[in-house]
Design a protein. Structure first.
Length: 485
């Protein structure tokens, strides 16, 4: 898609005109709870500090801290503050640099994290009165760095409240303006414009800054969808919508951590686009499937459900800790024929060639399609990383493809919409391996009812491309390749 004519007025994107979100009285009450509110914001600042200092991942740290908050509204608010403050980092820092007497890159990381979380609440949320966001930030600053830091934080935030903030005029530099308005690195915005045009980039950036939906995959080996949904609702799950697949539901709120349904293996938290990848492979009942990059186990267990108790899943991964997760997920969901194998798909695989009908390669990738769940990725990626990942992915695809016998199918997928990791890589592979073709025919819904959930997701070349601003799915690329010789 090309850019618009330069003189045509461009509408302001959603991300720029977002107002502070309206809250229910219950959410306000939760946020006003003094001790719990302070502890929540302490947890948020500590997570941000570790993400910046240790390059930790926010979702992992949240997973450790959220069970400590009994109130679901507090868990939602903690998640929103952490992911939102990370996502909007450059926008927040732009404002902080205007109201701080000290360069923000000279500040104690813990103090900077406190400022970011407080300013995010002031500018983007309506959970508590603004003065409460300031007061808790001052208290936290005093805890971590003393009275001087508390006075500094108080001054910065009260100046921000007094002055307000207005975005500069858009001007001719679309990439620079979108980078600031949407809080993405400029190089990434330029890539989005290159791939999707200015209007598409603007839409994608806005979607990247919204909370991601929480999707569950129902374990259909434990019951019919309606039966499982009734059990979940009885245990406090709020179902917002059904997904494209019979086993997919989208929650209206976060799942209850203490629900027996999770421990009993009735469901698995898994993004909807990720679930579509296993369904695209469509392994036959009783088949043996090779999952060539299996950790952390969501797709392996999904494949085990699809092949049934008489089928087998060989779950390969190079990471031992990841394989333990594969094993644990399969055990919780009751799939006994998922066999972890430690091996590197980028090298020679310890399996016989040309012996399998179904192979999945959900390859390690940049993750640029998952910025809603993993906002720290936007600040860690570099433009050269796409080519680096593509080198690894190409080697993995070549090796995984050797496992297929003629007539067999491999699905290649990545949670990325970068062409280097998706279309360009697949086209090179097919050009170098004429015994493989893109299996476009499988997606004919008239001839193949199993293809109906993919309606609107497959392009004319037989490739699946999803984006958060087009239907709410994570940004995935997937293709079904068939060996014909």
């Amino acid at each position: 898609m090309s850019e618009r004519p330069p003189r045509k007025p461009e509408p302001r994107p959603r991300v720029v005109v977002r107002r502070r979100q309206t809250a229910t009285p219950q959410r306000r009450a939760s946020a006003r709870n003094g001790a719990a509110g302070l502890e929540l914001r302490r947890a948020a600042a500590e997570i941000l500090t570790r993400v910046e200092r240790d390059r930790a991942f926010a979702d992992v740290l949240l997973g450790h801290r959220l069970p400590g908050f009994a109130n679901p509204a507090d868990r939602r608010l903690l998640t929103r503050i952490v992911l939102g403050a990370i996502a909007m980092r450059s926008r927040l820092d732009h404002e902080l640099s205007r109201v701080s007497a000290r360069p923000i890159d000279s500040l104690d990381p813990a103090v900077l994290a406190i400022l970011r979380t407080a300013l995010f609440q002031i500018r983007f949320l309506d959970r508590v009165p603004r003065h409460a966001a300031v007061d808790t930030a001052v208290t936290l600053a005093r805890e971590v760095a003393g009275a001087g830091a508390a006075g500094f934080v108080n001054g910065v935030l009260r100046t921000a409240l007094r002055q307000g903030f207005e975005m500069p005029a858009r001007g001719a530099d679309a990439a620079g303006w979108l980078a600031l308005a949407g809080s993405h690195p400029r190089w990434m915005v330029e890539k989005f414009i290159e791939w999707f045009g200015v209007e598409g980039a603007e839409s994608l950036i806005a979607a990247n800054n919204e909370p991601a939906p929480t999707a569950l995959r129902l374990n259909l080996s434990r019951g019919a969808p309606d039966e499982l949904i009734a059990r979940l609702e009885a245990e406090g799950f709020e179902i917002g919508a059904r997904g494209r697949l019979p086993e997919t539901v989208v929650l209206a709120t976060a799942p209850p951590f203490d629900s027996p349904a999770i421990g009993d293996g009735l469901c698995q938290v898994q993004a909807e686009a990720s679930q579509l990848v296993s369904r695209m492979l469509a392994p036959a009942c009783g088949a043996t499937v090779v999952d060539c990059a299996a950790a952390p186990g969501g797709k392996s267990s999904h494949l085990a459900e699809l092949v049934g108790p008489s089928g087998t899943v060989l779950a390969i991964d190079v990471n031992f800790a990841g394989l333990k997760k594969v094993r644990d997920v399969a055990a919780r969901l009751g799939h006994r024929r998922v066999f972890p194998i430690r091996a590197d798909t980028g090298a020679a695989l310890p399996l016989p060639a040309a012996r399998f009908d179904f192979v999945l390669l959900d390859a390690p990738c940049s993750g640029i399609g998952t910025l809603r769940e993993h906002p720290e990725i936007r600040w860690r990626l570099q433009s050269k990383d796409f080519a680096r990942f593509a080198t690894v992915q190409s080697a993995m695809l070549r090796n995984a493809a050797t496992l297929l016998r003629p007539g067999g199918v491999i699905v290649y997928s990545v949670c990325s919409f970068a062409p280097e990791e998706g279309e360009l890589l697949v086209r090179r592979f097919v050009a170098d391996h004429p015994e493989f073709v893109i299996d476009r025919e499988w997606f004919d819904p008239e001839a193949n009812p199993a293809a109906r959930p993919f309606a609107g997701l497959i392009d004319a070349d037989g490739m699946m491309r999803t984006r958060p601003d087009h239907g709410g799915l994570d940004g995935f690329f997937a293709v079904r390749l068939k060996r014909i010789g």
